[in-house]
Structure formats: C-alpha cells, structure tokens
Design a protein around this ligand. Sequence first.
Ligand code: ZN
Length: 68
Amino acid sequence: MAQPTPAPVRICPSCDGFASAAITLGGRDQNGNRRTITAHCRTCRGTGTTPPLRTLLDTAATAAFTRR
Ligand SMILES: [Zn+2]
C-alpha cells in the first residue's frame, strides 16, 4: 500500500517527541497521589516538535528586509 505523504512535523531531536515526562519523587502526598514533577524539554518547550523550517525562513527574511 502506498503511504500518504507524512505530515511535515519534525520531531524534536532533543527529546524524540517525549517533550514532557512525569518524574516520580517517591512517596505520596496527603491526598494519596504519587508525588511527581513534570519536566519539559527545553529545546521544544514541551511541544515535542521543532518549528517548521518555513517559520525560520520567514523570520530570517523579515530580519534581512527590514535592515536599512
Ligand atoms: Zn524536545
């Protein structure tokens, strides 16, 4: 079967798409829930993907053309 063109989403190379992870601290809080903290990837800011290349190009072009 032919596969459709994949969506132009670039998985973040720093976290392989796992942008946030719940880290168990151990023990439970007063409500009986596990105590966890959520860590977000710094590269993609928790999205798991990198910005489309087009966005970067537009940003670069804007900077170039607004220069006097
Ligand atoms: Zn990431």
